[in-house]
Design a protein around this ligand. Structure first.
Ligand SMILES: Nc1ncnc2c1ncn2[C@@H]1O[C@H](COP(=O)(O)OP(=O)(O)OP(=O)(O)O)[C@@H](O)[C@H]1O
Ligand SMILES: [Mg+2]
Length: 247
């Protein structure tokens, strides 16, 4: 960890997919210990790409990356990053590749050097904490979209990461499960960046919202979307503040 608690320090990152225009254009981001950062941005603005760059799955054409106070350049550096930062992929099918749920969730701990028994015990505990007790022997590719998302989260949490990058974790979750996820996230003693288009979810699960636009982080406060609660007559009906009500 950097002495100021700086976990992720991106400076002037540029990236474009082959043959395509730049997605990230001199993007800079500072992410500190204890932060629960919400990240918003229109479709295609580069949020997922930025996560993949932090994890070393994509290589920027320019810019500087420091994680936990150390420059990260080579694959070996990124292997260390991947041990400490867990990425929940936007698409659960990118995360899950084993035949059964138990194998998928135990895979990470096994990879970190735990014994078969330890890995299974961790997997069992993690599944239970997410309300997925009894899912161990389910066939992964036959799960529903929301179930896959939760099992994906279990695979990440089972590795006991110090930091989480969560790419649209609520996709496919029903209201009750989304609420449970908020409680789970609030209960974790962990810093995270959470990408979502769901303002209400971000408001409940994060301590602040950062925006991405045109391949960079927008720091202009006036552009930060926000919700507010207001009370007035006829408020229970859908209304437009540009018009008087009742008409
Ligand atoms: N593998 C790829 N090859 C070519 N272009 C890609 C690839 N992956 C993403 N892109 C393009 O890069 C841009 C940024 O994509 P990215 O997935 O990072 O956006 P995003 O902000 O996560 O969007 P969303 O909110 O829809 O998830 C998009 O225009 C997308 O079409
Ligand atoms: Mg995305």
């Amino acid at each position: 960890m950097d002495k100021n608690g700086l976990i992720i320090d991106l400076e002037d990152i540029c990236f474009g997919y082959p043959g395509r225009p730049r997605v990230l254009d001199k993007l800079s981001l500072l992410f500190f210990e204890g932060e629960r950062m919400g990240l918003m941005g229109s479709n295609g603005s580069g949020k997922t790409t930025m996560f993949h760059i932090i994890m070393g799955l994509l290589k920027p054409s320019a810019g500087r990356i420091e994680v936990f106070g150390r420059p990260v350049k080579k694959e070996k550096d990124f292997r260390d990053v991947r041990k400490r930062i867990g990425l929940l992929f936007q698409d659960a099918d990118d995360q899950l590749f084993c035949p059964t749920v138990l194998e998928d969730v135990a895979f990470g701990p096994l990879n970190l050097g735990k014994s078969q028994d330890e890995a299974k015990a961790i997997a069992g505990r993690t599944l239970e904490s997410l309300g997925l007790a009894g899912f161990q022997d389910r066939i992964t590719h036959k799960l529903s979209g929301g179930e896959k998302k939760l099992v994906s989260l279990a695979t990440v949490l089972a590795m006991e990461p110090e930091v989480l990058l969560l790419d649209e974790p609520t996709t496919g979750l029903d209201d009750a499960t989304e609420k449970r996820l908020v409680e789970i996230l609030r209960g974790l003693d962990i810093s995270y960046i959470l990408v979502s288009h769901d303002m209400e979810f971000l408001r409940e699960a994060t301590t602040g919202i950062t925006c991405m636009s045109n391949g960079t982080i927008v720091l202009d406060d006036e552009r930060i979307p926000h919700t507010h609660i207001h009370v007035h007559e006829y408020g229970r009906y859908v209304h437009d503040h540009g018009r008087k009500w009742p008409a």
